[in-house]
Design a protein around this ligand. Sequence first.
Ligand SMILES: [Mg+2]
Length: 233
Amino acid sequence: MSPISPTVSPCHLPWQTIETVLLDMDGTLLDLHFDNTFFRETVPAALSRQRAIPFGTAQQQLHAIYRAVEGTLDWYDLDYWSRQLGLDIPLLKEEVAHLIRVHPQTIPFLQALQHLGKATYLVTNAHARSLELKLQKTPIGAYFKAVYSSHSFGWPKENSAFWPLLQKRIGFACQTTLLVDDSESVLAAAQQFGIEYLCHIAAPSSSQAASPSERFVSVENVQALWNGLKLIS
Ligand SMILES: [Mg+2]
């Protein structure tokens, strides 16, 4: 493992107390640049070709459609988008799959969690086919006790109905559980349910400036968590 980065101060979480770690995928472990590029460039370009309309018009049309389903399971459902737009969305995703990347701090962080024996779960809103593609293109899958997509629970993570269902499945204790996510709405739903430790990722995409949360403990990326872990290992 490389030494503690002098530029990132450790995020002080009570790691001795934390037994279960729930990690979001897109933006938290993987660079959100892929998803942003896909929805802002790849899909509008395909729609522009299919409907023979200018790229800008396709972008405007999509913007309205995107806004209508934000925060719902449909937003993450590739089949929904395929039906709605008449495009083969999974195929389009594969075409730009070379952009799928882990954040540079992700693997050392996951290794450290594994080394300390923390029960680590991937908990994502990603659709099964999207999840499968990302687990194929990156090595993160090897580090989890289990991987859960909110689609199999019928609610997205932003909805407080999701959390008791996940707890029933995993059996975690709220008082000893940490959730790391780049979505404030997801963290708020988990907080409402009672998960004790919440951490916001402020820089989900390598191509955008960090946007720290004022509501939750907020770190740019998992480097600060990794540095905190190194202090106890
Ligand atoms: Mg995310």
